[in-house]
Design a protein around this ligand. Structure first.
Ligand code: AHR
Length: 538
């Protein structure tokens, strides 16, 4: 108190000219600090336009819909009698939004829920379906109104392929084999006849099939050896009917469990010789969470948490590399796809919501981690053949949030939309170098990138500037290609925590990007801080 008084008195008695000089000096110093905060970091990018070999499977842009919280009920299914506009019970607004991002596949019915789901409870007349308690997610009543037919209808409306996760934890080989028959066999068995009685004459096409989910945990708490045998037994009896060929995906272990990967790959290398199609994919799950007891808020966070979440997301690179190394040992021809069928950010639930419903908001931070992950998957197109963001509506890092009849598209949605040109395009290998994003004594790459060439020959370059304070200048050399036109879009906002709400749905949305210039060897851009830019070069 005394010190403060002394200071005030001292200032008051200082001659005015000294005060003016002091103020001017302070203003100048602040200006200098601000200018350096705003000066761009520098990066150089080489895109090898002549080295495109591998296709980026559109299936790495897949999604995941579990019977959890408001994902299925309310988020997708409202029932045919609902005043919310729907087609056969499925929300029209959600379908239209998903069609726009060209969702290639949807994984269903879980997750952990898959291992307590018995598919026969969810077929037949809806008013006769028996409910069950969803013991995994909040003990709520699962009405079974959304079952196999409704899911297949949803996929058809969206234009996505189904990716079904079978119950190995509490199910049987017979139950899973019969589900395959029910869905894909034309005639000649009880399941095909049951399907016809339930109103569907023709079989569906179903390719992607997960043989269990997280079998190290909620899928049965198995050891790798035990699961390898179980996988083999189930896989043997999951048959191909007509021209339907299953792409069977084995459950992976915990994210860093490379021994699990080794065990399954060894099993595959033994079985593959005599049973073709024994296994086509191997699953990896990874959530960007640094402390499961203190996950933090989705929208109220500091730069420290921004940095931590981004740095956690970047760990996907190491996981993909290390699992690929193990897989390469047994499968150097890369016949088995690494399927990252659960990934995303997991925060504390929104205040006042059911903790078991995993309902969280979605900010610009989630947009950046989406771009980080999609760049990683694109760049590993040779091995990563599928991925599914968790989850599609209202749960975890959702691209879509709904509330009654209202719907809002999140920043994550917009990145998926901006990245659609990469679907099934040819990966162009790229190399990025430049100033890191430093926070305290920790450092991350400043900008991440991926590039591809589409079927009409246009090159698409995706860039993500991780630094929330400084713009980034990227000088790109496009090797062995001439750039004549350049256009692009940018996703950014004024604050790290910016997000879309039902009242303000367009706070974060893509805008035209006019800060790109063609150079003699490629292009140069200056990206805003904390932004995602996708460019089209022709
Ligand atoms: O996505 C939520 C849950 O996370 C899934 O049900 C489970 O597979 C994973 O642990």
């Amino acid at each position: 108190m005394i010190n403060q008084w002394k200071l005030t008195t001292a200032c008051a008695t200082r001659p005015p000219f000294l005060q003016i000089i002091l103020i001017a000096l302070t203003v100048w110093l602040l200006g200098l600090k601000n200018a350096s905060a705003q000066s761009p970091t520098n990066h150089s990018l080489i895109v090898h336009a002549d080295r495109g070999v591998h296709k980026i499977s559109r299936h790495i842009y897949g999604h995941f819909a579990e019977h959890l919280g408001g994902c299925i009920y309310g988020g997708i299914w409202v029932g045919p009698e609902s005043p919310i506009p729907n087609t056969r019970g499925i929300r029209n607004d959600v379908v239209a939004a998903l069609r726009k991002i060209k969702v290639p596949n949807i994984r269903w019915p879980g997750g952990c829920f898959a291992d307590e789901y018995h598919w026969k409870d969810g077929v037949g007349p809806r008013d006769q379906r028996v409910p069950l308690i969803n013991t995994t997610w909040g003990g709520v009543v699962e009405t079974n109104q959304f079952g196999t037919h409704e899911f297949m209808d949803f996929c058809e409306q969206v234009g996505a392929e189904p990716y079904i996760c079978g119950n190995i934890g509490s199910g049987t080989v017979q139950e899973m084999a019969e589900w395959v028959q029910y869905l894909t066999s034309e005639r000649g068995n009880a399941m095909a006849e049951l399907r016809k009685r339930n109103g569907r004459e023709k079989p569906w096409k179903v390719k992607f099939w997960a043989v269990g989910n997280e079998t190290w945990g909620c899928g049965g708490i198995m050891s790798a050896d035990h699961y390898a045998n179980e996988f083999a037994r189930y896989s043997y009896f999951l048959k191909n009917f007509g021209d339907n060929t299953l792409y069977k995906v084995a459950s992976g272990g915990l994210p860093q469990d490379y021994v699990w990967t080794e065990t399954i790959m060894k099993k595959w290398s033994i079985a593959d010789g005599w049973l073709q199609g024994f296994m086509s994919g191997y699953s990896l799950h990874f959530y960007a969470v640094s402390d499961w007891n203190k996950k933090g808020s989705a929208t109220e966070f500091s730069e420290n948490e921004w940095f931590t979440t981004l740095s956690k997301s970047l760990e996907m690179e190491e996981l993909v590399r290390k699992h690929t190394d193990v897989m390469d040992k047994y499968d150097p021809q890369k016949r088995i796809g690494l399927i990252v069928d659960e990934w995303g950010n997991w925060y504390d639930v929104e205040p006042g919501t059911n903790p078991a419903f995993l309902h969280q908001q979605n900010s610009l931070r989630d947009a950046l981690t989406t771009a980080i992950n999609l760049n990683i998957f694109n760049n590993h197109a040779e091995r990563v053949k599928g991925a599914n963001l968790a989850q599609l509506v209202n749960v975890l890092q959702a691209p879509i949030l709904t509330q009654g009849e209202k719907m809002v598209l999140t920043p994550t949605y917009h990145v998926f939309e901006m990245y659609t040109p990469h679907h099934d395009a040819t990966l162009l290998p790229s190399e990025m170098q430049g100033e890191p994003y430093a926070f305290g004594d920790r450092k991350l790459p400043g900008v991440t990138a991926s590039a591809s060439r589409d079927e009409v020959g246009a090159i698409h370059v995706s860039l993500c500037n991780l630094n929330p304070k400084r713009p980034a200048t990227v000088n790109a050399e496009i090797r062995n290609a001439t750039v004549k036109t350049i256009s692009g879009r940018v996703l950014t906002a004024h604050s790290m925590t910016a997000h879309n709400t039902f009242d303000k749905p367009e706070t974060v949305k893509p805008q035209p990007f006019n800060d790109a210039r063609i150079t003699s060897h490629g292009f140069t851009v200056t990206m805003p801080p904390m932004s995602v830019v996708v460019l089209r070069l022709k």
